[in-house]
Design a binder for this molecule. Sequence first.
Ligand code: SAH
Length: 239
Amino acid sequence: MESLVAGTRELGVTLADSHLAAFETCYRELVDWNRRFNLTAITDWEGVLVRHFLDSLSCLKALPRKELAAGARVVDVGTGAGFPGLVLKVVCPGMRLTLLEATRKKVTFLEHIVRVLGLEEVEIVHGRAEALGRDSSRRERYDWALARAVAEMPTLAEYLLPLVRVGGAALAQKGEGAAAEVQTAETAITTLGGRVRQLVPVELRGLAETRYLVVLDKLAATPDKYPRRPGMPRKSPIK
Ligand code: SAH
């Protein structure tokens, strides 16, 4: 736990005992379910603490904690086993969270872990970002859309920006190549109604490489033709 406690303190977040207990439960369930379903390649305690929990919490360097506490609507696209959304929800229980995941077995795990942790105001959706972005009850409804390790930036922009309300923002967790990826996505971001706000560098305890939070502002409504049908944003990214 030391690396999580010290690491979050460096991010300006103080974890309570109840948070630590929740993370222990998450770890236990993740490793247990991982024997049956392939949820993560990282299963050692220290690895999960830093690469999953601490890395997820690093989003708080860019997210407005007060707005989350006041019930901001957040969607985590391609959340997998709940990263970063579920981890953020543990620490910011006020946020209204949608976890979106295309793979059924991961959705089953998410339903289980949300129940075990007793989290409220978490909605789990089995589906694809391209479909959600065309659903009128979801399109441009979120204050924030988040994603980690889901797609390259031009593709990811087409997953995230249609879901964000004008005035809201998207956050993509990226590695060393963040700046180059953002450059290749300039056209996609602008086309979808977005603009790059900032790249926030993140140094995590016990990780040599620098990580980046790419923050996009949603300035204008996304044109009706986006997102395109499932598969297209990946097969043929906006250039
Ligand atoms: N965000 C998690 C999982 C990353 S793996 C983490 O960082 O650990 C990428 C996940 O995104 C996979 O679980 C995959 O099923 C999901 N995914 C990929 N494309 C998607 C799409 N278009 N819509 C919804 N989920 C998607």
